[in-house]
Design a protein around this ligand. Structure first.
Ligand code: PMP
Length: 394
């Protein structure tokens, strides 16, 4: 018998598992709306032109592949913090942001979770209900205790703002409140600027620490600054903030695993101390791509234009889906929630049995919480999807 026998298989990942099932389906109309990855109108993966350019420049430069420092590439850390907080932000000018390059959003969140577990023993992390599926895994893995705050109201397919505020108020003083900086995953429902202000009030009152997960900066509205407004508002109030960034979506660098963890008003040593025994130092390629694009005004402009194009395509699909649903559905149901949502996803409000119908009858692959990725949808497929949703609802 193997001494490794006691190691059980991890349960299949609910999102990655959807792609596996999609691959196994041979139906010609099949649609993969599970994974949150940008596709072209032809439903093909997309490498940004600006990334291809940066890659070419890097190849020409022929830099060495020596180890990076534990905290990552200095040029990357500088620009990534500037991108999030804004170059002119006092916390940037006063060098009050400690940035450590992480293994994309997930690895950066995992570092933050380890930091919380080690330096804030017993402190609770509050996550939204629902949230991105991996949040719970990350905090479980780090042994950082977590609980949920209300977020989604199924009656309105909107924000349960009162529930959210009440739960944040009720959390033990000094808790970490995990917030999606923009384009909440999976609901696509963001607080309004006024609601953000009230959330900041309560967090401040209770001496909580805001902990942002911002995986879609520039991808939600098409503007990097607009999408970072929530984070910047908290920082402008003088609060200490943790923020995990990802370049998977906005630069299409999914597999390069490039992101960062920022701590406003703290020392970088703590996070670097955690990284050394975990993986020593992060990979260099994605960091160089980001540093070159964000640090060069011509490439930066090009990136912004491509990001606007991607965000624009998703918005067009959102509108077309809404139009198709509204014109095809004769039941009088109000579909306007589709338009109110933002970012890559739409939360349809379909329950598990209805999601099963979507997949089994219509070959539409999606997570069982009713979330669909609009980035995996084309204008040409909106009518088909609307038929599937209406059939599954009624
Ligand atoms: N946070 C949220 C809310 C996400 O949606 C994602 C991507 N699905 C991530 C973090 C992390 O992704 P990655 O590790 O590829 O940066």
């Amino acid at each position: 018998v193997s001494r490794f026998e006691g190691i059980t298989m991890a349960p299949p990942d609910p999102i990655l598992g959807v792609s596996e099932a999609f691959k196994a389906d041979n139906h010609e109309l099949k649609l993969n709306l599970g994974v949150g990855a940008y596709r072209t109108e032809e439903l093909q993966p997309y490498v940004l032109d600006v990334v291809k350019k940066a890659d070419k420049l890097l190849l020409e430069k022929g830099e060495n592949r020596e180890y990076l420092p534990i905290e990552g590439l200095a040029a990357f850390n500088k620009v990534t913090a500037e991108l999030l907080f804004g170059v002119d932000n006092p916390v940037i000018r006063q060098q009050r942001v400690a940035t450590v390059q992480g293994l994309s959003g997930t690895g950066s969140l995992r570092l933050a979770a380890a930091l919380i577990e080690r330096y804030f023993p017993g402190a609770k992390v509050l996550i939204s209900s629902p949230t991105w599926g991996n949040h719970k895994n990350i905090f479980n893995d780090a042994r950082a205790p977590w609980s949920e705050y209300r977020y989604y109201d199924p009656k309105t397919v909107g924000l349960d703002f009162e529930g959210m505020i009440a739960d944040i108020k009720a959390a033990p003083e000094g808790s970490f409140i995990l917030l999606h900086g923009c384009a909440h995953n999976p609901t696509g429902i963001d607080p309004t600027p006024e609601e953000w202000r009230v959330i900041a009030d309560v967090i401040q009152e209770k001496n909580h620490i805001p902990f942002f997960d911002i995986a879609y900066q520039g991808f939600a509205s098409g503007s990097l600054d607009t999408d970072a407004a929530s984070v910047r508002m908290f920082v402008a109030r003088g609060m200490e903030v943790i923020a995990a960034q990802s370049y998977s979506k906005n630069l299409g660098l999914y597999a390069e695993r490039i992101g960062a963890i920022n701590v406003v008003c703290s020392s970088p040593e703590a996070a670097a101390r955690i990284a050394r025994p975990m993986y020593s130092n992060p990979p260099v390629h994605g960091a160089r791509i980001v540093a070159n694009i964000v640090g060069d005004s011509a490439l930066f402009k090009e990136w912004n234009a491509e990001m606007e194009m991607m965000a624009g395509r998703i918005k067009n699909v959102r509108h077309k889906l809404f139009d198709s649903l509204s014109s095809k559905d004769k039941s009088g149901k109000d579909w306007s929630f589709v338009l109110k949502q933002i970012g890559m996803f739409s939360f349809t409000g379909l329950n598990k049995a209805q999601c099963d119908n979507m997949t089994n009858k219509w070959h539409v692959y999606m997570t069982k919480d009713g979330r669909i990725s609009l980035a995996g949808l084309s204008l040409a497929k909106c009518e088909y999807l609307a038929d599937a949703i209406i059939d599954s609802y009624h």
